[in-house]
Design a protein around this ligand. Structure first.
Ligand SMILES: *[C@@H]1O[C@H](CO)[C@@H](O)[C@H](O)[C@H]1NC(C)=O
Ligand SMILES: *[C@@H]1O[C@H](CO)[C@@H](O)[C@H](O)[C@H]1NC(C)=O
Length: 269
């Protein structure tokens, strides 16, 4: 009996530990990451340690060689999603001065209380990437409304994720009909396409390697994934590193932000 109880107690502890990441803890750690990025620090207390997994554009790099090690980036705009189920955050970052960037960073949390950053993945776009224009990204971002969705009107995690998957699945499968709002608008690089978000390409293909961050309060899902054919220099499999961030309102896709990395200027088009 004593053994059974301690097993139960351990199980209870384990459940507690995995549930311990809160919106507030994710917010605090993400703010630390942003401060480190703006001041050019590669060490900060939210990091689990100095050798956490760090990837830019799907390539493992040393923290000091990546965007955190560039001596400080002046951030003009940032917007974050907090996923308290997966213990992760996603932040969209726009910098228009000096070296202009649009960066999407996913922080994954772990450790005893799930409040230490154990993995950082960034999509880092700059000059020459797909439709890159940081000033455009900044101005369109500021015009959109991403206020928290009122409590009674929030979509479930499943509905938000399904909308994101449908958007991506429809590219290679015309039978998939994503739930677009009539006012759906897409910020693709720094270009804005309003009133029609539908995309479909042939021949049929599948988009793989999807990594999700979902925030019910913002009605948002971010998906890191690979795109099969955009960049002529990169094989269909794995494809180009890209990212789509969606805002879903009442089950319908309202905004889409896409940032795609090119191996050479304009993806060799
Ligand atoms: C990120 O955005 C928030 C909300 O607009 C702002 O308060 C904060 O200062 C920004 N952080 C950085 C490092 O620019
Ligand atoms: C650093 O943290 C990562 C992520 O939690 C872990 O996998 C790795 O073993 C840690 N390294 C050291 C030296 O403790």
């Amino acid at each position: 009996m004593a053994i059974m109880l301690s097993k139960l107690a351990l199980a209870a502890l384990a459940t507690q530990a995995s549930a311990a990441c809160t919106r507030a803890s994710l917010q605090a750690a993400t703010a630390e990451y942003l401060d480190a990025l703006s001041s050019g620090k590669t060490a900060f207390s939210a990091l689990a340690n100095s050798t956490v997994a760090y990837q830019e554009n799907d390539v493992v790099v040393d923290l000091s060689k990546g965007v955190l090690g560039q001596g400080g980036i002046k951030i003009d705009f940032n917007r974050s999603l907090y996923d308290t189920t997966e213990c992760a955050s996603y932040t969209e970052i726009v910098a228009t001065t000096k070296h202009a960037y649009v960066i999407g960073t996913r922080l994954a949390f772990g450790g005893a209380d799930n409040n230490k950053i154990t993995k950082i993945e960034s999509v880092v776009c700059d000059d020459g990437d797909w439709l890159f224009n940081a000033a455009g990204s900044l101005s369109y971002n500021k015009k959109e409304n991403w206020d928290p969705i009122p409590e009674g009107k929030r979509d479930s995690r499943e509905v938000i994720k399904a909308a994101g998957d449908a958007y991506i699945d429809a590219w290679g499968d015309a039978s998939v009909k994503p739930p677009f709002a009539a006012s759906c608008a897409r910020l693709e690089g720094g270009s804005y396409i309003s009133g029609n978000c539908k995309l479909n390409f042939s021949p049929p293909f599948k988009v793989t390697n999807r990594r999700y961050t979902i925030d019910e309060e913002l009605g948002a899902v971010d998906i890191f994934h690979n795109f099969p054919f955009l960049d002529k220099a990169i094989a269909r499999d794995p494809g180009t590193q890209t990212n789509n961030l969606l805002r879903v309102e009442g089950g319908q896709i309202r905004y889409i932000h896409e940032n795609t990395v090119c191996s050479k200027k304009g993806c060799n088009k």
